[in-house]
Design a protein around this ligand. Structure first.
Ligand SMILES: [Zn+2]
Ligand SMILES: [Zn+2]
Length: 401
């Protein structure tokens, strides 16, 4: 790389987290990020890319390109030389938990990676051996190259650790003639609305849990990976999730597969709860911080909800809970609802499929039996009120099947 390396510690402060306690939002570089695990990210990718009727890979690539082209300038300074800018791009990728990128051969149009959140995700049980799977990274590179140099390029992964290579390799093709397009986004009033009455729980100190989780450094380690709660986590701009889900639903709608698409996204949320939240329940972090507050069976639910309120998904609370039977949750500012309103405006159908699935997954986790596969589908979940439909909050009602 031409130029001198900046001390990584000096760049680190550019990525510092700003947690907005009123809205329960995690902001890095002035953009809202949400935390999900490698199970969820791999599941979403496989759902979108695995549906043969649509061009799913383009959805993920295009969204990553758009989001990170817009995002990377938030971390750059006027006097940064080009070498420092590539260093920022690599460090941001690692900081968010996606893995380790090496830009030292960028002048030869090559970028490599020797660890990857997405390859780890594939190892959790997907049948994609022998093919490159780092679509997100291709989009990330197209985005940051555009954000740094203004040039629209095509990046393709030529070898991948998922296919047995010892590193992933990305080739940059500079013959691209199409520009990067950006989705129009309207600003909406996201001032935190006040909750109506919800069930507080005396045993669980939600604020103490949130404060502790916000203090935890959910940032990539020296490999750029973020192991915590027995899973790999990553911080991803909410815009990315919203764009891929909106486009997936739109393309599936054109193929008359809209309801299937909704079921699949809901299922991804359900599996997310059964993996990430299960990991949380058996983690050292849970034993240390939350287990001492758990005095009765229902406390586990309130502890889990408090934890998820620190992940950047928004602010949600329990309205009604009957263990093994009924769960009713209210979200005041879920990222799906706000994202949909920004990109699409009002709708006549509820749009928060991740949270709908997570709500079912929580009941299956706490009251189901057997393996993840055996628990899936044992509770039904419905979003009965949604901010996308001019209602003041999103409400999820879960019942045993
Ligand atoms: Zn790869
Ligand atoms: Zn909603």
């Amino acid at each position: 790389m031409v130029g001198s390396m900046v001390d990584p510690q000096n760049l680190q402060q550019r990525f510092s987290l700003n947690y907005e306690s009123e809205s329960y939002r995690r902001l890095i570089g002035k953009k809202e990020v949400v935390i999900h695990c490698h199970h969820y990210n791999a599941r979403l990718q496989n759902i979108i890319e695995g549906t043969h009727q649509i061009k799913g890979k383009e959805i993920i690539l295009g969204a990553a390109e758009e989001v990170f082209s817009e995002y990377i300038p938030n971390f750059l300074r006027k006097d940064d030389d080009l070498a420092t800018k590539w260093q920022v791009a690599a460090q941001l990728y690692a900081h968010l938990g996606y893995g380790a990128l090496d830009f030292s051969q960028i002048n030869n149009n090559v970028v490599t990676a020797n660890s990857s959140h997405f390859v780890e995700g594939q190892k959790t049980g997907f049948q994609n051996a022998n093919c490159p799977i780092c679509t997100f990274t291709e989009g990330y590179l197209q985005g940051v190259i555009h954000g740094i140099t203004g040039e629209a390029v095509t990046v393709r992964e030529t070898t991948c650790m998922n296919a047995g290579s010892d590193r992933c390799e990305f080739k940059i093709d500079r013959r691209r003639t199409t520009p990067i397009t950006f989705s129009p986004k309207q600003s909406i009033n996201t001032y935190p609305i006040q909750s109506r009455e919800y069930q507080h729980h005396t045993n669980i100190d939600e604020q103490k849990i949130i404060n502790a989780l916000v203090e935890m450094p959910f940032i990539g380690n020296e490999e750029g990976l973020l192991p915590a709660f027995n899973v790999y986590l990553a911080n991803t701009p909410a815009d990315f999730y919203n764009l891929i889900c909106i486009r997936f639903l739109a393309e599936m709608h054109r193929e008359n597969l809209y309801n299937t698409a909704k079921e699949l996204l809901l299922f991804a949320g359900e599996v997310c709860a059964l993996n990430t939240l299960r990991g949380i329940l058996i983690s050292p972090e849970w034993y240390e911080l939350i287990a001492p507050m758990v005095k009765e069976e229902s406390d586990c639910l309130y502890g889990l909800i408090a934890v998820t309120n620190a992940l950047g998904w928004g602010n949600w609370h329990v309205l009604e809970y009957e263990p093994e039977a009924i769960l009713k949750l209210e979200a005041l500012n879920g990222y799906e609802a706000l994202g949909y309103l920004q990109y699409q405006g009002q709708s006549d159908t509820a749009q928060c499929l991740m949270l709908t699935g997570v709500a079912a997954g929580i009941m299956e986790l706490l009251h189901g039996e057997g393996t993840v596969e055996e628990r899936i589908g044992t509770y039904t979940s419905e979003e009965t009120s949604c901010m996308c439909c001019q209602q003041s909050s999103c409400v999820f009602e879960v019942e045993i099947l």
